[in-house]
Design a protein around this ligand. Structure first.
Ligand SMILES: NC(=O)c1ccc[n+]([C@@H]2O[C@H](COP(=O)([O-])OP(=O)(O)OC[C@H]3O[C@@H](n4cnc5c(N)ncnc54)[C@H](OP(=O)(O)O)[C@@H]3O)[C@@H](O)[C@H]2O)c1
Length: 319
């Protein structure tokens, strides 16, 4: 049993605390003697007397901004572990001396699965079939197949690699682009020419200063007529107004797990734009999350306890 000392939600005196969102079942390597474990899943306030003593904070997966804000109230904090792959929501609350680790890898299977599901659904017209079924209409017609299409994966990291692995059995060609060119992966500068070759463009980049607004009117204009944009990265990577203009012109279609704004307000043009399929930012929010998140947290706490370097350390600039 991991929790020790005076209880999960009670005061923990002057001992250091690991604050995490769920219990870890099973044995864990010994933690230092002066360390307690407390649980906070992001609902309500953190347990009494804990915030002042937190040394290692595993942020809950949900309530991203609220649970990130708590960092500012943790004077003894040394390590922040997110359960998201993206960390842009945490950066404003970091300070010098903190180590930030993300959940790279935890969401790969689930997010890549959704990227492929959105791609297949859009190409094959599943949303139209569902609407037709609701109206008892039998709408037979020709649709593009994923087979023989060229898919460009923009961001060839943990999620991008997982997307490609799932695309390959569909008999499509996959092109890859990342920041830096390497064997089989083009560098950022090759993006314009690659866009002109792709039938489907899947975004799997982090939200950074470089990628914010990366998919602007010029990026979209380089995409082929009839091409599909799939965004499982972050909403602000795409200039929404520029995308809506292309959708309304009927030149491109889009499948978006993430949007800007998110969620779009009820009167936002994205809701009614032609050729758009949206899911409510659920790339990682599936049954695949808990087992993988638990493995990561366990592994990190064992590293921490034994003094080994932590995994998934993110380089960030102190503010
Ligand atoms: N929809 C969801 O629920 C969901 C779930 C999980 C993740 N995500 C999003 O997916 C992002 C990626 O996660 P990950 O774990 O795959 O990250 P990662 O392993 O760090 O990979 C990021 C990739 O993006 C590339 N990249 C960064 N800036 C780029 C740019 N300007 N142009 C082209 N490529 C660029 C990197 O290039 P290099 O390899 O050259 O460094 C790397 O290949 C996360 O940050 C998160 O925002 C969304």
């Amino acid at each position: 049993m991991l929790s020790r000392g005076p209880g999960r939600f009670g005061r923990v005196g002057d001992r250091r605390v690991v604050l995490q969102p769920f219990e870890l079942t099973g044995a864990l390597g010994a933690l230092p003697d002066d360390l307690d474990v407390a649980i906070w899943d992001g609902t309500g306030s953190p347990p009494d007397g804990v915030v002042e003593r937190v040394d290692f904070y595993v942020m809950p997966y949900t309530f991203a901004t609220v649970t990130a804000e708590v960092i500012a109230a943790m004077p003894e904090l040394r390590i922040v572990q997110t359960l998201t792959a993206g960390v842009e929501h945490v950066l404003p609350f970091l300070r010098d001396g903190l180590t930030l680790c993300n959940a790279r890898g935890v969401h790969d299977a689930s997010t890549a699965e959704l990227a492929v599901a959105l791609t297949l659904a859009s190409l094959r017209g599943i949303p139209e079939y569902v609407r037709a079924q609701d109206d008892r209409r039998w709408e037979h017609g020709l649709r593009p197949s994923l087979a023989d299409r060229t898919v460009l994966v923009v961001g060839y990291g943990s999620v991008g690699v997982a997307v490609e692995r799932r695309l390959v059995p569909f008999e499509c060609d996959v092109l890859r682009v990342a920041r830096r060119a390497r064997d089989g992966v083009a560098g950022y500068e090759a993006l314009p020419s690659l866009l002109a070759r792709a039938d489907v463009v899947v975004l799997t980049v982090p939200l950074t200063e470089q990628t914010r607004g990366m998919v602007d009117a010029e990026f979209l204009s380089r995409m082929r007529d009839g091409a599909l944009l799939v965004n499982v990265a972050r909403g602000p990577v795409v200039d929404t107004d520029a995308l809506v203009a292309e959708l309304r012109a009927g030149r491109l279609s889009a499948a978006l797990d993430v949007t800007d704004p998110e969620p779009p307000p009820p009167d936002h043009p994205l809701w009614s734009a032609p050729g758009v399929l949206m899911s409510p930012h659920v790339g990682g929010n599936t049954s695949a999350f808990l087992p993988r998140a638990t493995r990561l947290v366990r592994d990190q706490l064992e590293r921490y306890a034994s003094g080994e370097p932590l995994a998934n350390v993110v380089t960030w600039r102190p503010r």
